[in-house]
Design a protein around this ligand. Structure first.
Ligand SMILES: [Zn+2]
Length: 342
């Protein structure tokens, strides 16, 4: 533990001094140390701890700070201002305030009260003790064998340790000094902040995932709707397929019937051609008879009309056959005109 300031300011009132002045407060004497700091001088933390009070007491301490850890506490009073807030964790030597003359004070100075935990408020000084013997500068480093230095001798340290059960727990766990505990607290604070950051990051992921789930749900819903439409279309297409198949079967039947009709028509054509050949043969016979006997022209014309009628009736006659027949008929008529048949 160190004095709560840097330079060597004088001790202006020691612990327990001037009992008469403090009797009215129920104290045996001055319950702290006063140092003659000028206004505005840096005030530093005499030991590590947490700021548990930062307040103004106009009739007493004025502006003051209270720092406490698991084994000890300090009050720093009559301050001009403070640079820390309640809950802040400070390390030994950290700048925390500036001195002044606020509250019940007759001149600029720093009042430093110090207590050990558990605090014995019935000790006549409201639990405060004379901390001068505990200052590092006043302690012989009897027990230390490490070059890093210790702040108090081993016996004092162990006495302090034994007074704080929470601190004992840390010692049992293997942490030997108050600064280690402060470090643990700082580490825990850092860990807590890291966990909070992780939580926030995870929370962001959760929000993203929730959003993605909503999008996918919407897509799923849309796809299900589309699936139903396609199923409906599929049913329609199946109906169309069966209709087309039925129509195809019907067309096959028609084709078959048409092929049959075609075949019949060809048969008729062949028969008609044969009939025509027979008629031509008959005509040749008649012509031959006429050539021999000069028969009556009227009979010949009737025969010609009959032939015309036969030709008109038979629509399957091939046009070239028809032409050759007409050519033949012209020769036949020329023959009659040439021989002046009557
Ligand atoms: Zn004082």
């Amino acid at each position: 533990m160190i004095k709560p300031f840097h330079q060597d300011w004088p001790l202006t009132q020691g612990f327990g001094q001037n009992p008469a002045n403090y009797a009215k407060f129920g104290l045996k004497g001055h319950n702290g140390l006063d140092y003659g700091l000028p206004i505005g001088t840096d005030v530093i933390a005499p030991h590590a701890g947490k700021i548990i009070e930062a307040a103004t007491d106009p009739t007493g301490y004025g502006n003051y700070l209270k720092i406490e850890n698991d084994k000890e506490g300090s009050v720093l009073a009559h301050l001009q201002d403070w640079l820390v807030n309640v809950g802040d964790v400070v390390t030994e030597g950290q700048l925390i305030a500036h001195s002044d003359n606020t509250g019940n004070s007759t001149g600029s100075h720093l009042h430093w009260g110090y207590y050990l935990l558990p605090r014995d408020r019935q000790n006549g000084y409201a639990g405060f003790i004379d901390q001068l013997p505990l200052l590092t500068e006043n302690i012989s480093n009897t027990s230390s064998n490490d070059s890093g230095g210790t702040f108090v001798d081993k016996i004092t340290f162990e006495t302090l340790v034994n007074k704080a059960t929470k601190y004992d727990a840390f010692v049992t766990a293997g942490y030997p000094s108050a600064s280690d505990i402060i470090q643990i607290i700082l580490d825990l604070k850092t860990a807590k902040e890291n966990i909070w950051k992780l939580y926030q990051e995870e929370n962001t992921h959760v929000v993203d995932l929730t959003s993605q789930i909503q999008t996918l749900s919407q897509e799923k819903f849309d796809l299900e709707g589309r699936k139903k439409e396609l199923e409906q279309t599929n049913i329609g297409l199946k109906q169309n397929v069966s209709e087309v198949q039925a129509r195809n079967a019907s067309l096959s039947t028609h084709i078959s019937e048409m092929e049959k009709a075609d075949s019949t028509a060809i048969d008729h054509g062949v028969k008609a051609e044969a009939d025509l050949k027979n008629a031509l043969s008959d005509l040749n016979t008649i012509a031959s008879a006429l050539n021999t006997n000069y028969p009556d022209v009227k009979k010949v014309l009737i025969a010609v009309d009959d032939l015309h009628q036969q030709i008109a009736d038979n629509h399957t006659i091939q046009s070239d056959q028809q032409k050759s027949f007409q050519k033949y008929l012209k020769v036949f008529i020329d023959f009659f005109i040439k021989h002046k048949v009557k």
